[in-house]
Design a protein around this ligand. Sequence first.
Ligand SMILES: Nc1nc2c(ncn2[C@@H]2O[C@H](COP(=O)(O)OP(=O)(O)OP(=O)(O)O)[C@@H](O)[C@H]2O)c(=O)[nH]1
Ligand SMILES: [Mg+2]
Length: 303
Amino acid sequence: MPADQEQNHRCGFVAVIGAPNAGKSTLVNALVGTKVSIVTPKEQTTRTIVRGIVMYGDTQAIFVDTPGIFHPKQRFERAMVAAAWAGAADAELVMLVIDSTKAVDSEIEKIIGQIKSAKRAAVAVLNKTDIVNKPKLLDLAAKLHSRAAFAEIFMVSAKSGDGLDAIKSYLIRTLTPGPWMFPPDDVSDMPGRLLAAEVTREKLFLNLHQEVPYGCAVVSENWEERKDGSIKIDQTILVARDGHKAIVLGEKGKRIKAVGEQARRELKSLLERDVHLFLHVKVDENWRNDRGLFSTWGLDFNA
Ligand SMILES: Nc1nc2c(ncn2[C@@H]2O[C@H](COP(=O)(O)OP(=O)(O)OP(=O)(O)O)[C@@H](O)[C@H]2O)c(=O)[nH]1
Ligand SMILES: [Mg+2]
Protein backbone atom coordinates (compact mmCIF):
# COMPACT_ATOMS: atom_id res chain seq x y z
CA MET A 1 0.00 0.00 0.00
CA PRO A 2 1.45 3.45 -0.89
CA ALA A 3 2.71 5.39 2.12
CA ASP A 4 0.37 8.35 1.46
CA GLN A 5 -2.63 6.01 1.79
CA GLU A 6 -1.36 4.69 5.08
CA GLN A 7 -0.99 8.18 6.48
CA ASN A 8 -4.62 8.31 7.55
CA HIS A 9 -4.59 4.92 9.22
CA ARG A 10 -5.40 4.58 12.89
CA CYS A 11 -5.41 1.53 15.06
CA GLY A 12 -5.97 0.83 18.72
CA PHE A 13 -7.01 -1.68 21.36
CA VAL A 14 -10.12 -0.81 23.35
CA ALA A 15 -10.69 -2.87 26.51
CA VAL A 16 -14.35 -3.44 27.32
CA ILE A 17 -14.66 -4.01 31.05
CA GLY A 18 -17.39 -3.93 33.67
CA ALA A 19 -19.52 -5.93 36.05
CA PRO A 20 -20.87 -9.34 35.00
CA ASN A 21 -23.94 -9.13 32.77
CA ALA A 22 -23.50 -5.42 31.94
CA GLY A 23 -23.71 -6.24 28.23
CA LYS A 24 -20.01 -6.12 27.33
CA SER A 25 -20.12 -9.00 24.87
CA THR A 26 -23.35 -7.76 23.30
CA LEU A 27 -21.70 -4.36 22.86
CA VAL A 28 -18.53 -5.82 21.32
CA ASN A 29 -20.60 -7.89 18.87
CA ALA A 30 -22.67 -4.84 17.95
CA LEU A 31 -19.60 -2.64 17.46
CA VAL A 32 -17.86 -5.30 15.37
CA GLY A 33 -21.03 -5.94 13.40
CA THR A 34 -20.88 -9.71 13.78
CA LYS A 35 -20.92 -12.21 16.62
CA VAL A 36 -17.44 -12.78 18.00
CA SER A 37 -18.28 -13.32 21.67
CA ILE A 38 -20.98 -15.43 23.25
CA VAL A 39 -23.93 -13.82 25.07
CA THR A 40 -26.40 -15.24 27.58
CA PRO A 41 -28.69 -13.79 30.24
CA LYS A 42 -26.48 -15.43 32.89
CA GLU A 43 -23.62 -13.75 34.75
CA GLN A 44 -20.05 -14.89 34.10
CA THR A 45 -20.72 -15.98 30.55
CA THR A 46 -17.40 -14.68 29.22
CA ARG A 47 -14.50 -16.55 30.78
CA THR A 48 -11.51 -15.20 28.94
CA ILE A 49 -10.39 -12.42 26.63
CA VAL A 50 -12.08 -12.30 23.23
CA ARG A 51 -10.88 -9.85 20.60
CA GLY A 52 -13.27 -8.39 18.04
CA ILE A 53 -11.76 -6.46 15.13
CA VAL A 54 -13.49 -3.90 12.93
CA MET A 55 -12.69 -1.23 10.36
CA TYR A 56 -14.34 2.16 10.67
CA GLY A 57 -13.09 3.75 7.46
CA ASP A 58 -9.31 3.98 7.87
CA THR A 59 -9.50 3.22 11.59
CA GLN A 60 -9.02 -0.30 12.88
CA ALA A 61 -10.55 -0.79 16.32
CA ILE A 62 -9.69 -3.94 18.24
CA PHE A 63 -12.19 -4.48 21.04
CA VAL A 64 -11.04 -6.67 23.88
CA ASP A 65 -14.07 -8.30 25.48
CA THR A 66 -13.31 -9.43 29.02
CA PRO A 67 -14.91 -11.48 31.78
CA GLY A 68 -16.99 -9.47 34.24
CA ILE A 69 -15.16 -8.07 37.23
CA PHE A 70 -16.47 -9.45 40.53
CA HIS A 71 -15.22 -10.82 43.84
CA PRO A 72 -13.46 -14.04 42.86
CA LYS A 73 -13.47 -16.93 45.30
CA GLN A 74 -11.91 -19.89 43.54
CA ARG A 75 -8.82 -20.19 41.38
CA PHE A 76 -10.82 -20.29 38.13
CA GLU A 77 -12.75 -17.15 39.07
CA ARG A 78 -9.54 -15.40 40.09
CA ALA A 79 -8.08 -16.22 36.67
CA MET A 80 -11.20 -14.82 34.95
CA VAL A 81 -11.02 -11.51 36.81
CA ALA A 82 -7.25 -11.34 36.29
CA ALA A 83 -7.82 -11.84 32.54
CA ALA A 84 -10.21 -8.89 32.58
CA TRP A 85 -7.60 -6.60 34.12
CA ALA A 86 -4.87 -7.98 31.87
CA GLY A 87 -7.05 -7.16 28.86
CA ALA A 88 -7.40 -3.62 30.16
CA ALA A 89 -3.67 -3.26 30.82
CA ASP A 90 -2.71 -3.65 27.16
CA ALA A 91 -5.32 -1.33 25.70
CA GLU A 92 -5.01 2.35 24.88
CA LEU A 93 -8.60 3.01 25.95
CA VAL A 94 -10.71 1.49 28.69
CA MET A 95 -14.45 1.33 28.02
CA LEU A 96 -16.38 0.75 31.23
CA VAL A 97 -19.78 -0.72 30.45
CA ILE A 98 -22.49 -0.12 33.02
CA ASP A 99 -25.95 -1.67 33.12
CA SER A 100 -27.99 1.52 33.45
CA THR A 101 -30.92 -0.34 35.01
CA LYS A 102 -28.71 -0.92 38.04
CA ALA A 103 -27.12 1.52 40.47
CA VAL A 104 -23.43 2.36 40.54
CA ASP A 105 -22.54 0.02 43.39
CA SER A 106 -19.36 -0.38 45.39
CA GLU A 107 -17.95 -2.86 42.85
CA ILE A 108 -18.26 -0.34 40.02
CA GLU A 109 -16.90 2.39 42.29
CA LYS A 110 -13.86 0.21 42.85
CA ILE A 111 -13.31 -0.22 39.11
CA ILE A 112 -13.61 3.56 38.64
CA GLY A 113 -11.11 4.03 41.45
CA GLN A 114 -8.63 1.75 39.70
CA ILE A 115 -9.11 3.55 36.38
CA LYS A 116 -8.41 6.87 38.12
CA SER A 117 -5.44 5.77 40.14
CA ALA A 118 -3.82 4.17 37.08
CA LYS A 119 -4.61 7.40 35.15
CA ARG A 120 -6.10 5.37 32.32
CA ALA A 121 -7.77 6.96 29.32
CA ALA A 122 -11.35 5.85 29.77
CA VAL A 123 -14.91 6.30 28.57
CA ALA A 124 -18.10 5.07 30.19
CA VAL A 125 -20.92 3.38 28.31
CA LEU A 126 -24.34 3.40 29.94
CA ASN A 127 -25.94 0.37 28.36
CA LYS A 128 -29.49 -1.02 28.12
CA THR A 129 -31.05 2.40 27.49
CA ASP A 130 -33.95 0.56 25.83
CA ILE A 131 -35.17 -0.66 29.22
CA VAL A 132 -34.36 2.22 31.57
CA ASN A 133 -36.33 5.37 32.23
CA LYS A 134 -34.82 8.69 31.21
CA PRO A 135 -34.55 10.34 34.66
CA LYS A 136 -32.65 7.34 36.01
CA LEU A 137 -30.32 7.40 33.02
CA LEU A 138 -29.60 11.11 33.38
CA ASP A 139 -29.05 10.74 37.09
CA LEU A 140 -26.53 7.97 36.47
CA ALA A 141 -24.74 10.02 33.82
CA ALA A 142 -24.50 12.97 36.22
CA LYS A 143 -23.08 10.74 38.95
CA LEU A 144 -20.44 9.34 36.61
CA HIS A 145 -19.62 12.79 35.29
CA SER A 146 -18.91 13.96 38.85
CA ARG A 147 -16.34 11.21 39.26
CA ALA A 148 -14.18 12.94 36.59
CA ALA A 149 -12.76 9.64 35.36
CA PHE A 150 -14.17 9.57 31.84
CA ALA A 151 -13.37 11.53 28.68
CA GLU A 152 -16.90 10.78 27.42
CA ILE A 153 -20.07 9.17 28.70
CA PHE A 154 -22.07 7.35 26.04
CA MET A 155 -25.65 6.16 26.36
CA VAL A 156 -26.42 3.15 24.21
CA SER A 157 -28.52 0.08 23.70
CA ALA A 158 -26.11 -2.61 22.56
CA LYS A 159 -29.20 -4.68 21.81
CA SER A 160 -30.94 -2.26 19.45
CA GLY A 161 -27.81 -0.48 18.22
CA ASP A 162 -28.99 2.89 19.49
CA GLY A 163 -26.15 5.30 20.27
CA LEU A 164 -23.36 3.20 18.80
CA ASP A 165 -22.53 5.71 16.07
CA ALA A 166 -21.32 8.18 18.69
CA ILE A 167 -18.83 5.59 19.97
CA LYS A 168 -17.64 4.81 16.46
CA SER A 169 -17.03 8.45 15.58
CA TYR A 170 -15.25 8.99 18.89
CA LEU A 171 -12.87 6.13 18.09
CA ILE A 172 -12.30 7.40 14.55
CA ARG A 173 -11.28 10.75 16.05
CA THR A 174 -9.17 9.52 18.93
CA LEU A 175 -7.45 6.18 18.31
CA THR A 176 -3.72 6.46 17.70
CA PRO A 177 -2.55 7.14 14.14
CA GLY A 178 -0.54 4.15 12.94
CA PRO A 179 -0.62 0.98 10.91
CA TRP A 180 -3.35 -1.65 11.24
CA MET A 181 -2.40 -4.69 13.27
CA PHE A 182 -4.72 -7.21 11.61
CA PRO A 183 -5.77 -7.78 8.00
CA PRO A 184 -8.77 -5.49 7.40
CA ASP A 185 -11.15 -8.43 6.74
CA ASP A 186 -10.51 -10.13 10.09
CA VAL A 187 -13.23 -9.96 12.74
CA SER A 188 -11.50 -12.02 15.42
CA ASP A 189 -8.22 -13.72 16.18
CA MET A 190 -9.87 -16.61 17.98
CA PRO A 191 -8.87 -20.03 16.61
CA GLY A 192 -11.75 -22.02 15.09
CA ARG A 193 -11.72 -24.78 17.68
CA LEU A 194 -11.96 -22.28 20.53
CA LEU A 195 -14.77 -20.42 18.81
CA ALA A 196 -16.60 -23.72 18.25
CA ALA A 197 -16.23 -24.61 21.94
CA GLU A 198 -17.57 -21.21 22.94
CA VAL A 199 -20.63 -21.59 20.74
CA THR A 200 -21.46 -24.93 22.36
CA ARG A 201 -20.89 -23.44 25.81
CA GLU A 202 -23.33 -20.64 24.97
CA LYS A 203 -26.00 -23.18 24.07
CA LEU A 204 -25.27 -25.09 27.29
CA PHE A 205 -25.66 -21.89 29.31
CA LEU A 206 -28.97 -21.22 27.57
CA ASN A 207 -30.31 -24.73 28.16
CA LEU A 208 -29.12 -25.29 31.74
CA HIS A 209 -30.06 -23.69 35.03
CA GLN A 210 -28.84 -22.87 38.51
CA GLU A 211 -25.29 -24.00 39.21
CA VAL A 212 -25.05 -26.59 36.41
CA PRO A 213 -23.78 -24.32 33.60
CA TYR A 214 -21.03 -22.95 35.86
CA GLY A 215 -19.73 -26.48 36.33
CA CYS A 216 -19.49 -27.00 32.56
CA ALA A 217 -16.62 -26.42 30.18
CA VAL A 218 -16.26 -27.35 26.52
CA VAL A 219 -13.15 -28.50 24.70
CA SER A 220 -12.89 -29.12 20.95
CA GLU A 221 -10.92 -32.35 20.77
CA ASN A 222 -10.90 -32.95 17.06
CA TRP A 223 -11.35 -30.76 13.99
CA GLU A 224 -11.38 -32.42 10.64
CA GLU A 225 -11.87 -30.63 7.33
CA ARG A 226 -13.45 -33.11 4.95
CA LYS A 227 -13.02 -33.41 1.21
CA ASP A 228 -16.61 -32.32 0.61
CA GLY A 229 -15.82 -28.97 2.33
CA SER A 230 -17.64 -29.80 5.56
CA ILE A 231 -16.06 -29.84 9.00
CA LYS A 232 -16.34 -32.59 11.58
CA ILE A 233 -15.87 -31.37 15.13
CA ASP A 234 -15.71 -33.57 18.22
CA GLN A 235 -16.18 -31.83 21.53
CA THR A 236 -16.05 -32.92 25.13
CA ILE A 237 -18.37 -31.26 27.60
CA LEU A 238 -16.73 -31.42 31.01
CA VAL A 239 -19.14 -31.47 33.94
CA ALA A 240 -18.17 -30.88 37.54
CA ARG A 241 -20.36 -33.52 39.15
CA ASP A 242 -21.72 -36.96 38.42
CA GLY A 243 -25.28 -35.74 38.88
CA HIS A 244 -24.72 -33.00 36.31
CA LYS A 245 -24.02 -35.48 33.56
CA ALA A 246 -27.59 -36.76 33.59
CA ILE A 247 -28.87 -33.17 33.58
CA VAL A 248 -26.74 -32.22 30.58
CA LEU A 249 -27.85 -35.33 28.71
CA GLY A 250 -31.50 -34.80 29.65
CA GLU A 251 -34.27 -37.32 29.47
CA LYS A 252 -33.49 -39.79 26.68
CA GLY A 253 -30.62 -37.54 25.61
CA LYS A 254 -33.04 -34.78 24.63
CA ARG A 255 -31.14 -31.87 26.14
CA ILE A 256 -27.75 -32.64 24.65
CA LYS A 257 -29.40 -33.23 21.33
CA ALA A 258 -30.97 -29.77 21.44
CA VAL A 259 -27.67 -28.18 22.52
CA GLY A 260 -25.82 -29.94 19.70
CA GLU A 261 -28.38 -28.93 17.12
CA GLN A 262 -28.39 -25.27 18.20
CA ALA A 263 -24.57 -25.16 18.24
CA ARG A 264 -24.26 -26.92 14.91
CA ARG A 265 -26.67 -24.51 13.25
CA GLU A 266 -24.82 -21.47 14.53
CA LEU A 267 -21.40 -22.87 13.62
CA LYS A 268 -22.64 -23.62 10.14
CA SER A 269 -23.58 -20.00 9.69
CA LEU A 270 -20.41 -18.62 11.35
CA LEU A 271 -18.04 -20.90 9.42
CA GLU A 272 -20.15 -20.79 6.24
CA ARG A 273 -19.75 -24.54 5.87
CA ASP A 274 -21.60 -27.69 6.75
CA VAL A 275 -20.70 -28.80 10.25
CA HIS A 276 -20.93 -32.27 11.79
CA LEU A 277 -20.80 -31.80 15.53
CA PHE A 278 -20.35 -34.67 17.98
CA LEU A 279 -20.70 -33.98 21.70
CA HIS A 280 -19.40 -36.23 24.45
CA VAL A 281 -20.04 -35.63 28.15
CA LYS A 282 -17.36 -36.41 30.69
CA VAL A 283 -17.35 -36.00 34.45
CA ASP A 284 -14.20 -34.22 35.57
CA GLU A 285 -14.54 -32.82 39.06
CA ASN A 286 -11.26 -31.09 38.74
CA TRP A 287 -11.36 -29.26 35.43
CA ARG A 288 -11.38 -25.93 37.29
CA ASN A 289 -7.89 -26.77 38.53
CA ASP A 290 -6.44 -28.17 35.32
CA ARG A 291 -3.35 -26.22 34.24
CA GLY A 292 -3.59 -27.42 30.63
CA LEU A 293 -7.14 -26.10 30.29
CA PHE A 294 -6.20 -22.73 31.76
CA SER A 295 -3.56 -22.36 29.09
CA THR A 296 -6.00 -23.46 26.32
CA TRP A 297 -8.24 -20.61 27.43
CA GLY A 298 -5.40 -18.10 27.85
CA LEU A 299 -5.96 -17.92 31.60
CA ASP A 300 -3.22 -17.51 34.20
CA PHE A 301 -3.22 -20.55 36.50
CA ASN A 302 -1.44 -18.59 39.23
CA ALA A 303 -3.52 -15.43 39.10
N1 LIG B 1 -32.46 -4.87 27.04
C1 LIG B 1 -31.15 -4.96 26.80
N2 LIG B 1 -30.50 -6.08 27.13
C2 LIG B 1 -29.16 -6.13 26.87
C3 LIG B 1 -28.46 -5.07 26.28
N3 LIG B 1 -27.17 -5.43 26.17
C4 LIG B 1 -27.07 -6.68 26.67
N4 LIG B 1 -28.28 -7.11 27.10
C5 LIG B 1 -28.60 -8.41 27.70
O1 LIG B 1 -27.88 -8.55 28.92
C6 LIG B 1 -27.52 -9.91 29.11
C7 LIG B 1 -26.01 -10.03 29.31
O2 LIG B 1 -25.37 -9.67 28.12
P1 LIG B 1 -23.84 -10.03 27.85
O3 LIG B 1 -23.44 -9.29 26.63
O4 LIG B 1 -23.64 -11.50 27.90
O5 LIG B 1 -23.17 -9.37 29.14
P2 LIG B 1 -21.64 -9.43 29.60
O6 LIG B 1 -21.35 -8.12 30.26
O7 LIG B 1 -20.78 -9.80 28.47
O8 LIG B 1 -21.72 -10.59 30.69
P3 LIG B 1 -20.52 -11.53 31.28
O9 LIG B 1 -19.76 -12.07 30.12
O10 LIG B 1 -21.27 -12.59 32.00
O11 LIG B 1 -19.71 -10.68 32.18
C8 LIG B 1 -28.00 -10.68 27.88
O12 LIG B 1 -29.25 -11.25 28.19
C9 LIG B 1 -28.15 -9.57 26.84
O13 LIG B 1 -29.11 -9.87 25.85
C10 LIG B 1 -29.20 -3.89 25.93
O14 LIG B 1 -28.70 -2.89 25.41
N5 LIG B 1 -30.54 -3.90 26.22
MG1 LIG C 1 -19.52 -11.40 28.24
